[in-house]
Each structure stands twice: as C-alpha cells, then as structure tokens.
Ligand binder design. Structure first.
Ligand SMILES: [Zn+2]
Length: 162
C-alpha cells in the first residue's frame, strides 16, 4: 500500500509526495484517493481506499455465453472470488486494490498465473494435471464451450458486475 510507504517502489528515492483527496466515486461512494508521485523518477500511481461499508454481499454470476464474459467486474479490496466449477479461491490480502476489468480479462489473468505456477508441480503428476485441467477449463469458458460460476463475497459490499 502506497500510504504505508516512505520511498519510491521503482527507484527507492525518498523524495516522494503523497496527496490525499476525499472523493465521492459513483460506484463505490465516499473514498480517499491517494496520489503518489516520485520527484526523482517521476513514477506516479494512485490508490483508492473506500470509506463506505455497505454490508456483506454475495454475488453469484454464471458465465454461460460470451456476452456475459465481456461485462465489467469492479473488484473491491475486500472481495473474495471463487470459481466454483474449478475450485479456485482468491482471497483478499493487504496488497489488494480496487480493480476494474472485463470478466474475460480477469479469467485470462488467472489462467496466466496458473501457467507460470504449474512448473512448481512438475514433480507431482497429480497436482500438475489438476492445474492443467483448470487451465483447459478456463480456456473452454473463454471460447464459449463451457460454463463457469463466479462467486464474489464482499464484506463491505463494494464489488459489482455491470
Ligand atoms: Zn522513483
């Protein structure tokens, strides 16, 4: 999190500025927007910390056609995401941020992570095959050949598919 940092993540310089702005975002409500700027290498980034708590929500979203895979997914830092049919669970961590992505990009990302991950299991045939199965399944979903259920549990109710 940039608010906890005292140096630039790119060049390590301590000549940094962090500006805080309170902002009312249409989708996520009142939030603090932190803008980070490094005076040394000019790196800029930002982070949004939501101030609203809309209460726990659970969204179950079935992707059974290509149009549904093209919807936008606003994922809050508090969201736990489960891909039901392939038993993948992504839990929120301290580094979690607001992300906005099309569902198919989100799935593509998971697939790429699995791809780079599978080498770790090259000596465990069973686990290795399981990962390959998941990769193939995601590919089939992206090619509109199989269905996938995404379950989003958000303790602050800030995630959305639209
Ligand atoms: Zn820098």
């Amino acid at each position: 999190m940039i608010i906890l940092t005292d140096s630039c993540p790119v060049c390590n310089s301590k000549d940094i500025e962090i500006k805080t702005i309170e902002y009312d975002f249409p989708e996520i409500g009142k939030s603090l927007l932190y803008i980070f700027k490094c005076n040394s290498c000019n790196y800029r980034t930002f982070e949004i910390i939501p101030l609203e708590d809309r209460g726990y929500i659970k969204i179950e979203y079935k992707i059974d056609n290509i149009e549904k895979a093209r919807k936008l997914f606003l994922k809050s830092p508090y969201a736990k995401v489960i891909l039901k049919e392939i038993e993948i669970e992504i839990t929120p961590g301290i580094e979690s941020k607001f992300e906005i992505k099309a569902i198919d990009d989100f799935l593509m990302n998971i697939k790429n992570n699995l791809e780079s991950f599978k080498i770790l299991y090259s000596d465990d045939k069973e686990k290795y095959n399981k990962i390959i199965e998941k990769i193939n399944y995601i590919e089939d979903v992206l090619n509109n050949k199989r269905e996938l259920t995404i379950i989003i549990e958000d303790e602050k109710g800030l995630s959305k598919i639209y």
